[in-house]
Write a protein that binds this ligand. Structure first.
Ligand code: HSE
Length: 435
């Protein structure tokens, strides 16, 4: 009955959740594993002993580097976040024969190749269920449940902060800045809100989803990333009129080996399941060639949902350890040797339908001039909305295009911007209608 022993690096929100689950469910976990699961130590600079959490002074240390190589530690759970010392500690733990569990999506997106290769070389496991979708078990699903199929497309609502802001803008008519302040008040946004609202957090998660779904390594700079700060209440209202809802989507498609990887505000049909995913919830919608579409839904952040995902990895590894299993499975669902580097389709080559919004002078021929630039650029208009009169004699003109190449659209918008009958910068939002 040799126990499996866990070292925790970082006891913030999620770490505390892990300690609570290990304590609260100790008997249940032992029943599931056949051996006890024990906390060997917690490295955290500001942690105080807590009777409620069962954290004695003896369990707490400031020396994470010493903790991760201690002979009585089997599994290292890294919840420091950030790049360093998290990266160095994970590599040290793997080299010392420890299995590792981490929720660190930014680190894995940027340095995944090094970390996964180090785990494979050491024959150790690296679990990262908590890194994408919080409590939604999407890593395991892609790696195991869907392993027999070829994935064609992944559409994720993977940033709860952006989803909460867009939900507030849609349901309460709030403007972006009001909704952001509210999301921050609710404690949803990351310490640096730019990571969330500029789409970088979603891009980190998309890198991991692409690697699991398509067996191809992808780094954040390869993901076309746009945030939601430019979305206005007018866009939300016109989207509604067109039958769409705006979501920040992390999108990956495999177009016969050329991978589309993009994060941007997207108009999707309001009747689609993803459009109903509100507030801090996350959802990942996957299209598999054989299976068709499936969706995975749940809380993408928060103490106990994320801690549950961490514990899923701890348990899987503890089971393997207690069964005496030797080398671990492939963390990404592919051996590193058969992993490719993603060949990313340039954004200019992507085909999309578009929503366009112009502020135009209200005089004869303006609509015709805009339409003519679009027509010359090979962009076909599907519908037009022009209503009311705006300030200073301008009117908003809304157009929806048929499918067009991004390169052509950008060129046409640059030309339209130069028309003296159009003021400001034309706004556009990509539409995904057939997801
Ligand atoms: N900041 C993230 C979000 C949660 O808003 O979804 C952690 O991944």
């Amino acid at each position: 009955m040799k126990p499996v022993r866990v070292a925790l690096l970082g006891c913030g929100t999620v770490g505390e959740g892990v300690v609570k689950l290990m304590r609260r469910n100790a008997a249940l976990l032992e029943r599931k594993l056949g051996v006890p699961l024990e906390l060997a130590g917690v490295a955290d600079r500001s942690l105080r002993p807590s009777a409620a959490l069962g954290l004695t002074a003896k369990l707490i240390t400031r020396d994470a580097a010493a903790l991760v190589v201690r002979p009585d530690v089997d599994i290292v759970v890294e919840l420091f976040g950030g790049r360093e010392p998290a990266r160095a500690l994970i590599l040290k733990a793997l080299a010392a024969g420890k299995d590792v569990v981490t929720a660190n999506k930014a680190l894995l997106a940027e340095h995944g190749e090094q970390i996964f290769a180090a785990a494979a070389k050491a024959g150790m496991a690296i679990g990262f269920e908590a890194s994408v979708g919080g409590g939604v078990p999407i890593i395991r699903t892609l790696r195991e449940a869907l392993a027999g199929d070829r994935q064609r497309a992944v559409y994720g609502i993977v940033n709860g902060t952006c989803n909460s802001i867009l939900t507030m803008m849609t349901e309460q008519g709030a403007e972006f800045s009001q909704a952001l302040a509210e999301a921050q008040r609710m404690g949803l946004a990351e310490a640096n809100p730019a990571l969330d609202i500029e789409g970088h957090d979603a891009a980190h998660k998309l890198c991991l989803l692409v690697t699991l779904a398509f067996g191809a390594l992808l780094k954040p700079p390869q993901v076309h990333t746009e945030g939601i700060s430019h979305i206005t209440q007018a866009d939300i209202a016109y989207a509604r009129e067109l039958g769409f809802t705006i979501k920040l989507l992390a999108i990956a498609k495999d177009d016969d080996g050329a991978i589309e990887a993009r994060v941007h505000p997207t108009m999707i049909p309001t009747r689609h399941l993803l459009a109903g995913v509100a507030g801090a919830f996350n959802a990942i919608y996957i299209h598999g060639e054989a299976l068709g579409s499936t969706m995975y839904f749940g809380l993408g952040a928060g103490q106990m949902p994320t801690a549950t995902a961490v514990m899923a990895d701890v348990l899987e590894i503890a089971r393997a350890r207690s069964a005496g299993a030797g080398a671990r499975g492939h963390a990404l669902g592919y051996p590193m040797a058969s992993m490719t580097r993603a060949r990313v389709k340039p954004m200019d080559d992507v085909l999309c339908e578009y929503y366009l919004r112009f502020e135009a002078r209200d005089k004869p021929g303006v609509l015709g001039a805009i339409a003519s630039v679009l027509g010359r650029g090979g962009i076909s208009i599907a519908s037009v909305i022009q209503q009311g009169r705006g300030m200073e004699g301008t009117v908003p003109v809304i157009m929806r295009t048929h499918e067009a190449r991004e390169r052509n659209l950008k060129r046409a918008l640059a030309r339209i911007r130069r028309l003296d009958t159009v003021s400001g910068t034309p706004a556009f939002i990509r539409i995904e209608e057939r997801l």
